[in-house]
Design a protein around this ligand. Sequence first.
Ligand SMILES: [Zn+2]
Length: 174
Amino acid sequence: MSTNKIVKCRVCGKPLSLNPETENIEWILRSKGYYYHKGCWDEYMDIYADKTDEEWLDLIFYLITHSLHSTYNFQQIKRQCENMVREGKTMKGIYFACRWIFLIEKKTFEPKYGLGLIPYVYEDACNYWVEQEKKKENLQKQIEMKKKLETAPAEVVIQSKPKKAKKPTAEPVI
Ligand SMILES: [Zn+2]
């Protein structure tokens, strides 16, 4: 590979010089011919950032090759995803369902079935991620509460003993 080669970043489309002596820009080679600026790549891989359907699909392929170290049939998976979207699922949901079933539940990915399993586990996966979000929110609330308690001046509450009900006396009520 020539070091003077100029390639395009797959995310921003801007030229990227691979010559380390003339360009002081960090870049990433994902696979043959797929180059990225380091910053663009980090953003691209951030699964909590907004993405287009094509980007989610691309991340599904990336998950299969890089996390599951498997091969896949591009046309098959694309078709399966299109069918699921037609049934009302989202590409983002499909991606997160893949993460759950293959990475967390550790189900084996079978290249011949592609994402055939996903429609059957989609709901469970959604529930899992909703739970995770809730836990995160609760944790965040707890942290904020703790911070408040630590920064707020200590309030001393003196609780007086409950007064005993007065016994009726013979004194006249004014
Ligand atoms: Zn870029």
